[in-house]
Design a protein around this ligand. Structure first.
Ligand SMILES: Cc1ncc(COP(=O)(O)O)c(C=O)c1O
Length: 336
């Protein structure tokens, strides 16, 4: 963890433990948007561990069906969508790329690292930027702000970009509603959709995600990542989780209820939501750092942002965790 712990990636419990002098097992980690009640992973067949992963195991078809993508769309399974975020910029000649700001910082960083010029974008600039840039990234819903763009606006941007050989990359890492995804349009030129199993399935550790898009592009990325990029156990777990539609339906309902509960809890402590997904609540507050410090002293880790000052709270899991967050916020009313 750097000197500025506040605005680091979420999930750094060990580093927080060092910094605040509390052992890792004491921490309630609300700094990520990972489902605390993830898909229950069963024991895997011994062969899955022993054999090399096989690319014709049917996982891509399952992923297309899960995402609602047409059979003609390209699909590349990934060791987390991060793998595509890192490698896609290398598949284009340096140009200009718009990325959402505030947003998931890895997009801007990786395009910049690959020699592209990065333009920070707020949602209302989508139509204008789609006429100007070579590639445009949108996170739907956006992390951390929870903003949504209408599907029609994104499809219009796709058309404008594709007319000039450009790309629209829609990062749906936090999206779990088949009716809102752009995946059904995958296969159309210039549209790339990222889906993750890390967030709503609560399987961030296994590293599993998918790129849906033009088949030639999926092939080019696959060649860049090399053979066996996603492990056999990750492919086996992903196949079972993607096929488990009953769990997915129940999970959607449970997450929506938990998120409403978290939003109400935060509101009671004068932290109204400025935005949300079903996996986190985003609160704008000038006292973001002070509140994050106060919570960290009680071994509760949240994700902070400086510009604008804000906090992102992931969902507590167990009842005791909900009570702990409530107590910690009630503990120091003068802060808020
Ligand atoms: C918006 C967004 N996209 C993609 C990722 C990468 O997730 P994964 O590699 O686990 O799929 C993250 C991780 O936090 C994220 O916030």
């Amino acid at each position: 963890m750097s000197a500025d712990w506040f605005a680091e990636h979420g999930g750094g419990v060990r580093a927080a433990a060092d910094r605040w002098g509390r052992p890792p097992e004491d921490w309630l980690d609300l700094s990520t948007g990972i489902n605390p009640h993830g898909w229950p992973v069963p024991a895997l067949a011994p062969d899955v561990w022993r054999r090399l992963p096989e690319p014709d195991d049917g996982l891509e078809d399952l992923a297309r069906a899960w995402a609602g993508a047409p059979a003609t769309a390209g699909c590349l399974m990934l060791p987390g969508t991060q793998a595509a975020i890192q490698s896609l910029p290398g598949l284009r000649a340096p140009g200009t790329v718009a990325v959402p700001y505030p947003g998931y910082g890895e997009h801007a960083r990786r395009w910049r690292d690959a020699g592209h010029t990065v333009v920070a974008m707020s949602a209302h600039r989508l139509p204008a930027l789609a006429e100007q840039v070579d590639a445009l990234v949108w996170v739907q819903p956006n992390n951390p702000t929870g903003e949504w763009l209408p599907r029609a606006a994104l499809l219009d941007a796709r058309q404008r970009l594709a007319a000039r050989g450009g790309w629209l990359i829609v990062d749906e890492a936090f999206l779990d509603d088949p009716d809102l995804s752009l995946a059904p349009y995958c296969g159309e030129p210039g549209l790339l959709v990222l889906r993750s199993l890390g967030k709503t399935f609560g399987l961030a550790g296994v590293r599993a995600g998918a790129l849906l898009g033009p088949p030639a592009l999926c092939l080019a990325l696959s060649e860049k990542l090399g053979p066996w990029a996603m492990s056999g156990p990750a492919r086996a777990v992903a196949a079972l989780a993607l096929a488990d539609q009953a769990w997915q339906r129940g999970n959607r309902r449970r997450l929506a209820i938990s998120r409403e509960r978290l939003q109400a809890l935060l509101e009671r402590h004068r932290l109204p939501a400025a935005g949300h997904t079903d996996l986190f609540v985003y609160c704008r507050t000038p006292r973001a750092r002070r509140i994050a410090d106060h919570l960290a002293r009680q071994a509760i880790l949240v994700r902070g942002f400086d510009d604008p000052p804000a906090l992102r709270f992931g969902l507590p899991g167990e009842e005791s965790e909900w009570r702990r967050l409530e107590r910690a916020l009630a503990d120091s009313p003068s802060l808020y």
